[in-house]
Design a binder for this molecule. Structure first.
Ligand code: NDP
Length: 449
């Protein structure tokens, strides 16, 4: 057993696992970060003495509640709602809400923990949280989704506020759900404040918010390539997912001259060797956000092969963008990508790449951007939505796109500053160390809390 003042990864992780049994996604997210931060903390004893890593891995509080609503047949339905308020050292809790049947505490704690570093990297004054419910919006009518969102917000409204906790969207929570929840919050509180982000443009939403995560991810890849130096022109790209992040990552790649050859959803992937152009992408956006159907319909319409229940990583490409969900790219798939000549991967989703797959990419010394850096554009523009709401102004597309781009360039630079090795830039190390110091220093300044 090591002495208390001798911090090792093994000892740290065994304590974390004992305190959070069975929470495998949370263990995975902490291990990825702690692998880099434990040697860093060892160099700066002030963090170790104050037990900053132990404090940072324990959420400030977790709220769990029953959500009761009625379906269209008049049946009473019960779901479980959550909000993990992880860390508010540098600003109000901020992070998305996820509605998906797989939602549990482990997933929300991993997402909330990642958010600490991501939000810090944006340089904006935003803390970290995450929430959601095990509710499945798929197959529900708009009225059912509305009743669920109103019931969910009736409880959540007691715990959030523009200076306390500002939720946004995530998987299963898009413009429709945010609108229903914001409407209910406004009704309950009798106030019009920017307590949710991702709102409609008519009621306080920010331009570019819908595009921000996907666009930001591509801006980040552009910076990594520029550093080589290389560029996106003509590069073949595989994307997983066809939701919010994937749609706008695809659009920016197309606009910048790259070729998008796959997209996917939970039913499988479509391979379009000619490339998905803007017209085809509009078909996909309509299919996924309006008709809410499977990508198989896209394959049918354009007479392409649909690979049912498979992921796109066996398709040869130069760049890969996992933009669907956690742990959707494993070590074997990473090896297939490398074998087929892939030179860069940027995560649009949160933790889509397993630890084994990250190691495979790093051993091969290809470009690899972790989500906490490459998908930070979404929360960054959410932070800018909060600012616009506070000053009761709205900025133009051009202004916001420029700010988003500048933030992604700045995050890239921080990763280079903190992650440069002899002949390789370890972007995972760079993002973890750069994200850590600002939050850790704020926590130190507050004393023992
Ligand atoms: P959406 O709900 O808009 O889209 C999710 C996409 O992923 C859909 O294509 C969905 O398929 C697919 N998907 C979801 N679960 C699975 C699964 N278990 N297996 C295979 N495919 C799956 O979500 P977002 O685009 O907003 O989020 C995608 C990822 O990006 C998540 O990891 C999220 O945390 C992360 N992220 C999102 C941000 C944002 O601003 N929205 C910000 C930063 C990160 P189907 O349509 O069949 O359900």
């Amino acid at each position: 057993m090591p002495e208390r003042n001798e911090l090792t990864l093994k000892h740290f992780m065994s304590g974390l696992k004992r305190r959070n049994p069975g929470e495998t996604e949370f263990h995975q997210a902490v291990e990825e970060v702690a692998t880099y931060l434990i040697p860093y903390v060892a160099k700066y004893p002030k963090y170790h003495t104050a037990q900053i890593l132990e404090r940072m891995t324990e959420p400030d509080r977790i709220i769990i509640f029953r959500v009761c609503w009625e379906d269209d047949q008049g049946n009473v339905r019960v779901n479980r709602g959550y909000r993990v308020q992880f860390n508010n050292a540098i600003g109000p809790y901020k992070g998305g809400l996820r509605f998906h049947p797989s939602v549990n505490l482990s997933i929300l704690k991993f997402l909330g923990f990642e958010q600490i570093f991501k939000n810090s990297l944006t340089t904006l004054p935003i803390g970290a949280g995450k929430g959601g419910a095990d509710f499945n919006p798929k197959g529900k009518s708009d009225r059912e989704v509305m009743r669920f969102c109103q019931a969910f917000m009736t409880e959540l409204s007691k715990h959030i506020g523009e200076s306390t906790d500002v939720p946004a969207g995530d998987i299963g929570v898009g413009a429709r759900e945010i609108s229903f929840m914001f409407g209910q919050y406004k009704r309950l509180k009798n106030e019009f404040t920017g307590t949710l982000t991702g709102k409609g443009l008519e009621f306080g939403g920010s331009k570019i918010r819908k595009e921000a995560t996907g666009f930001g991810c591509i801006y980040f890849m552009q910076e990594m390539l520029k550093h080589q130096p290389d560029d996106l022109q003509g590069k073949s790209c595989t994307i997983s997912g066809s939701g919010n992040v994937a749609q706008y990552a695809a659009l920016k790649l197309i606009q910048l001259g790259a070729k998008v050859i796959t997209m996917s959803d939970s039913s499988g992937f479509v391979h379009d060797p000619d490339g998905i152009n803007e017209e085809k992408l509009n078909f996909i956006i309509d299919l996924k956000t309006v008709k809410r159907q499977s990508l198989a319909e896209y394959a049918k319409h354009y007479k392409l092969d649909f690979h049912k229940d498979q992921r796109p990583w066996s398709v040869p490409c130069q760049l890969a963008f996992p933009c669907a969900t956690q742990n959707e790219l494993n070590e074997q798939e990473a090896k297939a990508l490398l074998h087929n000549g892939c030179i860069g991967v940027a995560e649009g989703a949160n933790m889509p790449t397993t630890i084994g797959a990250i190691q495979a990419f790093q051993n091969a010394k290809i470009l690899f951007a972790p989500g906490k850096a490459s998908n930070a554009g979404g929360v960054a523009v959410s932070g800018l939505e909060m600012t616009q709401n506070s000053i009761r102004m709205s900025w133009s597309n051009e202004e916001l796109d420029k700010r988003l781009r500048d933030i992604m360039i700045d995050i890239h630079q921080k990763c280079v500053d903190h992650g440069s090795e002899k002949d390789y830039i370890d972007y995972v190390k760079g993002a973890n160390v750069a994200g850590f110091t600002k939050v850790a220093d704020a926590m130190l300044a507050y004393g023992v809390l």
